[in-house]
Design a protein around this ligand. Structure first.
Ligand code: 5AD
Ligand code: SF4
Length: 457
């Protein structure tokens, strides 16, 4: 950071007293959103204000996602359309950050085909942004920094999107190499943050009145594996639970192969930890799971679910599903439907398989047509809608503690929020309640949310 100080001063003097605005847009997962908040933190130190209108911006940063091709296509579309903006305002600086930049063929494509782009910034190089920007302001036409900066981006200041919900990365990278996934290639190997740094950050957020802390990692269950046994994830949860304050602790994601009894015990023992677990299953077919390199079987996965339901039969589970993995047969897909019906998830996040160049699955033959994959996706969503609307009925008559987080887009005068169990709750209420916990008595269930009325605060 100190290295950046003189750079920041020089940038300040180049701009003089002139107002400068940045437009920063993050795509993809919450870790990327958290990186976007750090990009904003750095830009703010350089005297930038922020705008949601890219035509007003002096600097545009697109913080990209590479997990599926559709996300990349969207970014290319947006960058393409920015050529016009640049023609209208030649001083505009355009930067591409995030996971797309870590794939060399994509970085090449950007340099070759999108001359309007000035800066390419790697996922571990966020703190290098001031230096790149300064180069550009001094007239260097293209700047690229995809180097690793030792202590990654954790120490960079942050401008948080929300005043009551905060994400806290606890680790970076992934060692699992699921055969469909680009993450280990673009985010590198697992690096755990120091427990005392995480605890100090959460303590600070709690003192500022944040109501929800989301601990983030590609696989939080392997937190601490690189810290020589000093602290495991369940231990970290207990430490954070002991921090004073009225806040709820969530975490994402948990790989089923590492979901231990200690984790389940910590969830049930810690009163601040949400009674919800996101446990990505990806597929219900053992053959597909093996080819995905997930390192568990459907039976092993269900044994974890059973252990949770033994403690609380109403416990809330959500999952990720990939439809149409290479050569997924109809029988494989039926096995996925079976596991969904058996677990009765409150919600699923489902994706049609997207081929990622450089991954093992990209080399696998795939004879299933796109039409067939779309058809399976529709069936999956239909089955899940039925499960959700049925399963949500268990909440009717209960009072849920809900963090109000937005006005309802569908009903005037109504708010939406998330219950402790991560269920969307819709209820009548004034906007002034946004950011606060309210008690809502549940009176109805839909297939995407439950509804109710406020009975206390
Ligand atoms: N295609 C489709 N979905 C993918 N995911 C990860 N990689 C791919 C891919 N290549 C999904 C997985 C993961 C979620 C974050 O994104 O379900 O859990
Ligand atoms: Fe990708 Fe698997 Fe790592 Fe998740 S655990 S980030 S799906 S490689």
């Amino acid at each position: 950071m100190n290295d950046n100080r003189s750079v920041i001063e020089e940038i300040n003097s180049i701009y003089g007293g002139r107002e400068r605005l940045a437009y920063v847009r993050s795509f993809g997962c919450q870790l990327n959103v958290s990186d976007g908040e750090k990009i904003k933190g750095l830009l703010s130190e350089m005297g930038f204000g922020f705008t949601e209108d890219e035509t007003k911006a002096d600097l545009i940063i697109l913080n990209t996602c590479a997990v599926r091709e559709s996300a990349e296509d969207r970014v290319f579309g947006i960058v393409g359309s920015m050529k016009k903006l640049k023609e209208l305002k030649p001083s505009l600086i355009i930067g591409i950050a995030g996971c797309m930049t870590a794939q060399s063929h994509i970085a090449e494509k950007i340099k070759k085909s999108y001359p309007q782009v000035d800066i390419v910034l790697g996922t571990s190089a966020i703190s290098g942004l001031p230096a790149l920007l300064l180069d550009r302001l001094r007239g260097v036409r293209f700047g690229e920094d995809i180097a690793e900066y030792g202590d990654f981006s954790a120490a960079v200041p942050q401008i948080r999107e929300s005043a009551f919900k905060a994400s806290v990365p606890i680790m970076f990278g992934c060692n699992n190499f699921c055969t469909y996934c680009i993450v280990p290639y673009v985010r590198g190997r697992e690096r755990s943050r120091r427990p005392e740094d995480i605890i100090a950050e959460v303590r600070g957020l709690a003192a500022q009145g944040y109501n929800e802390i989301m601990l983030l990692g590609q696989n939080v269950n392997s937190y601490g594996n690189d810290l020589g046994g000093e602290m495991s994830f369940p231990q970290l949860l207990r430490e954070i639970n002991a921090i004073e304050g009225d806040f709820i602790i969530r975490f994402m994601s948990s790989h089923p192969k590492d979901a231990s009894d200690e984790l389940i015990d910590a969830i049930f023992d810690c009163e601040k930890v949400a009674k919800h677990l996101h446990l990505p299953v990806q597929s219900g077919s053992d053959d597909v799971l093996r080819r995905m390199n997930r390192r568990y079987t459907a039976e092993k996965y269900l044994s974890i679910v059973d252990r949770i339901y033994e403690r609380d039969p109403d416990f809330s589970l959500t999952t990720d599903i990939i439809v149409g993995f290479p050569d997924e047969t109809d029988e494989d897909f039926r096995a996925t439907l079976d596991i969904i019906k058996r677990v009765r998830y409150d919600n699923i996040y489902s994706f049609i398989y997207s081929k990622r160049s450089g991954t093992k699955a990209a080399e696998m033959p795939d004879s299933t047509s796109d039409e067939e994959k779309s058809c399976r996706m529709r069936e999956l969503l239909e089955v899940q809608r039925e499960i959700s609307s049925e399963h949500y009925k268990r909440f009717i008559g209960r009072t849920m503690r809900v963090l109000a987080d937005d006005v309802s887009k569908k009903k005037k005068g109504f708010l939406t929020g998330k219950s402790n169990e991560f269920i969307i709750v819709e209820f009548e209420g004034d906007e002034s309640l946004i950011g606060q916990f309210v008690d809502v008595e549940i009176t109805g269930a839909m297939n995407w949310a439950v509804t109710g009325r406020i009975v206390g605060r």
